[in-house]
Ligand binder design. Structure first.
Ligand SMILES: Cc1ncc(COP(=O)(O)O)c(C=O)c1O
Length: 401
């Protein structure tokens, strides 16, 4: 069945401004059901947790609903879903807590492909303890992150391997399961940055071998709130810095301060929205089954649209970075002779929203010789259509002459 992009687009009020939103990798727009769920939480009245009154109970229910939703989205377990303000902050929290258990001469492995939020927190934590940092390198020609190199990088002293499930710059989807396998064979943990992958593919944290999986709802039609998913038994072994009177139980002890209840209501609604993207609306089955069916449909739809975009970009002769075999629908390119900012301004003037810069894929852009200006990033999500792609290509055609 054909992906019903017109039905999907009608749910996003922001798209009515007529822009081609190709900046989804930096944050998607938000559909009515998510906006309504956030408004409804405030309208109904929310209270802080643990009170004797109904508004407090409503907040407790919102938190539990959001944990269930994120578990359904990722294949994780509800009591292993930890909320926080951003994926960056989540990684800092886990890195700080885990590194207390490291000792000098232990080792960690980070990758040159990753967003800096899954590199710097680990490096800084390692430096405090005297832990050795080893680097997995991306092939700068193909954009691949070969999994085989981890056989040499991981050893008996390795405590953690941090890797992305998809590059937010060039889209590469490394073989995370193989990389996690290397980590586990040495007794190390694997922390997977799922921020860029989650909006584009069905996710199963168990199949990936992710001991931790981070995701940010604002990349998949939700509000600005993030989650890290881990097995509750693993979380039980980790003690983050926390306040004395706050809960000692898992996952609560990882959530410092008051949670954003209304945003969590929106996060759960965003999962329901993702589960409804398959042609025909909501297929039968559990929400987990509907998520998997919908995200499979999204992956197929985006792949076809991305082929149109990539083909057009190649025809125009722009400089494309990376051509990985398995990738999220995200293109990173430069127009010869034009600064990335100039290109994005030119496109913005034509109602085409793209990003320019390094997108915090700082190590990769440094290795590619692209710092500080980076490149132009055009990314697709489920609400993009052929006209968005064609407007991008038409705008660029004016520039390349
Ligand atoms: C792959 C990837 N990881 C991590 C992040 C950081 O996410 P957050 O803004 O939630 O800290 C981003 C944001 O762009 C990203 O694309």
């Amino acid at each position: 069945m054909t992906f019903e992009v017109a039905r999907v687009r009608a749910l996003y009020p922001a798209l009515a401004d007529g822009c081609a939103y190709l900046d989804g990798a930096a944050g998607t727009q938000v559909p009515f059901p998510v906006i309504d769920a956030i408004a409804e939480a405030y309208r109904a009245g929310i209270g802080n947790l643990g009170g004797a009154f109904a508004a407090s109970t409503r907040s407790e229910e919102i938190v539990e609903r959001a944990r269930r939703a994120v578990a359904d989205l990722t294949g994780g377990r509800q009591d292993g879903v930890v909320f926080g303000p951003s994926a960056t902050e989540q990684c800092y929290r886990i890195a700080n807590a885990l590194s207390r258990m490291w000792t000098a001469d232990d080792e960690i492995v980070v990758s040159r492909l990753d967003h800096d939020s899954n590199i710097r927190p680990w490096i800084q934590a390692a430096a405090r303890v005297g832990v050795v940092v080893r680097w997995a390198e991306a092939d700068l020609e193909t954009g691949e992150l070969p999994a085989a190199q981890y056989a040499d990088l991981v050893g008996p002293r390795t405590r953690l391997v941090a890797v992305t499930a998809a590059s937010n710059a060039i889209g590469t989807r490394p073989d995370v399961a193989a990389i996690a396998g290397h980590a586990h064979s040495a007794g190390a943990l694997c922390y997977v940055d799922g921020v860029h992958a989650t909006p584009h593919v069905p996710v199963d944290v168990t199949a990936l071998g992710a001991d931790f999986y981070a995701t940010s709802a604002y990349k998949w039609a939700g509000p600005h709130v993030a989650a890290v998913i881990a097995a509750p038994e693993l979380l039980e072994t980790i003690w983050p810095d926390k306040l004395a009177p706050s809960s000692n139980s898992v996952p609560w002890r990882f959530e410092r301060g008051t949670l954003p209840f209304a945003d969590l209501a929106g996060m759960a609604a965003a999962v329901d929205h993702l589960a409804s993207l398959a042609p025909g609306g909501a297929p039968a089955g559990s929400r987990r089954e509907r998520v998997l069916a919908s995200m499979t449909a999204v992956e197929d739809y985006e792949a076809a649209l991305f082929a149109r975009m990539l083909g057009g970009l190649e025809e125009l002769g722009v400089t494309l970075y990376g051509k990985p075999a398995r990738r999220a629908p995200t293109a990173f390119f430069n127009v010869p002779g034009a600064a990335p900012r100039l290109v994005s301004e030119h496109l913005a003037a034509r109602g085409v929203n793209v990003w320019d810069g390094d997108n915090y894929a700082y190590e990769l852009c440094t290795a590619l010789g692209l710092e500080p200006e980076g490149a132009v990033r055009a990314g697709l999500v489920h609400y993009n259509d052929e006209s968005d792609v064609d407007r991008l290509l038409a705008g660029l055609a004016e520039l390349v002459g």
